[in-house]
Design a protein around this ligand. Structure first.
Ligand SMILES: NC(=O)c1ccc[n+]([C@@H]2O[C@H](COP(=O)([O-])OP(=O)(O)OC[C@H]3O[C@@H](n4cnc5c(N)ncnc54)[C@H](OP(=O)(O)O)[C@@H]3O)[C@@H](O)[C@H]2O)c1
Length: 280
């Protein structure tokens, strides 16, 4: 089943489909099977990371699927322990060896880890890896405006994407406004709130009933109308199709506002504020 998915153009000209597949926890043979099923369903953007230990599964799924490599956008991310310039370049190369791919379409710095103060160095490595053709587009994840300001000021290169925690309980209004002002595309991680109590929220459940859609479809449609690119993860072929089927209806302004009103300043799922939370 192939869906008609709109495309978004990044600041360097690369296009991404307006929704992608999260792959955290899709590992090994069952992970390969789930990713092949997603490609069959019509997903053309895959989000992985060095630290998910599934770049191999992503590469294998691409080789097993009937979709040509050039039609797929593949993302991976640089872990915090390898921000130093030389290590960052070697890690990008290792990411490619693990996946068996010749290039990544998008490569992100996974977390800024500000106490280590090496993210500008890591960014210089991504800039060079892009020049050498290892990566088509370069971006970041979990960067606050203060971190983005430094990258732009010190290197002159603006990330194409910032992938941040975003769901109705944490709508990232200010962060999204910064991105819009700087031409950075917002990708949403944990767009379904990792299937937590968000899926039981009465406000969203009512809209879903009114619209004859599922709660997940309403949430994903909310992301799309905000202008964010959601990356829902599902291992189930039917839920993968359900999550893709969000382009043939739209939410009213009132419905959008009702969902956005659920956001809270402390709405992060795991208290992962990039100003203080670090991952290696
Ligand atoms: N950059 C970062 O720091 C960062 C952090 C976290 C995540 N991410 C990325 O973002 C992706 C998505 O985030 P996530 O995996 O944390 O959470 P998520 O996509 O919000 O939620 C995934 C959970 O929702 C369930 N689910 C999916 N579709 C559903 C549906 N239609 N109805 C009911 N349940 C459904 C999945 O179960 P089934 O698999 O059983 O369907 C899974 O348990 C990750 O996979 C990863 O690629 C990035």
């Amino acid at each position: 089943m192939i869906q008609n998915i709109p495309e978004i153009t990044l600041n360097d000209g690369l296009t991404l489909p307006a929704i992608g597949l999260g792959t955290y926890k899709l590992n090994g043979a069952s992970g390969v099977q789930a990713i092949v099923s997603a490609l069959d369903a019509g997903y053309r953007l895959l989000d992985s990371a060095f630290n998910y230990e599934n770049e191999g599964a992503v590469g294998e799924a691409i080789r097993r699927s009937s979709v040509p490599r050039e039609q797929i956008r593949v993302t991976s991310k640089l872990p915090g322990r390898h921000h130093a310039y030389k290590q960052a370049l070697q890690t990008i190369q290792e990411s490619l060896y693990r996946s068996g791919l010749d290039y990544y379409d998008l490569y992100l710095i996974h977390w800024p880890n500000p106490s280590k103060d090496l993210y500008v160095e890591a960014w210089s490595a991504l800039i060079d890896a892009q020049k050498w053709g290892l990566i088509r587009s370069i971006g970041v994840s979990n960067f606050l405006p203060e971190h983005l300001d430094r990258l732009i000021k010190e290197t002159g290169v603006t990330p194409s994407v910032n992938q941040v925690e975003l769901h109705p309980y944490f709508s990232q209004e200010e962060q999204r406004a910064y991105h819009q002002e700087h031409g950075i595309v917002t990708e949403s991680w944990s767009p379904l709130g990792r299937a937590s109590r968000l899926l039981e929220d009465p406000v969203i459940q009512k809209i879903a009933r009114d619209r004859k859609k599922t709660v997940s479809q309403i949430i994903l449609r909310w992301h799309i109308q905000l202008g964010a690119l959601p990356l829902p993860k599902s291992s189930s072929p039917s839920r993968q199709i359900e999550n893709l089927s969000v382009f043939e209806f739209s939410l009213s302004d009132e419905e959008m506002q009702a969902i956005s009103a659920l956001s809270r300043p402390d709405g992060r799922l795991y208290d992962q504020d990039p100003a203080v939370y670090e991952e290696f």
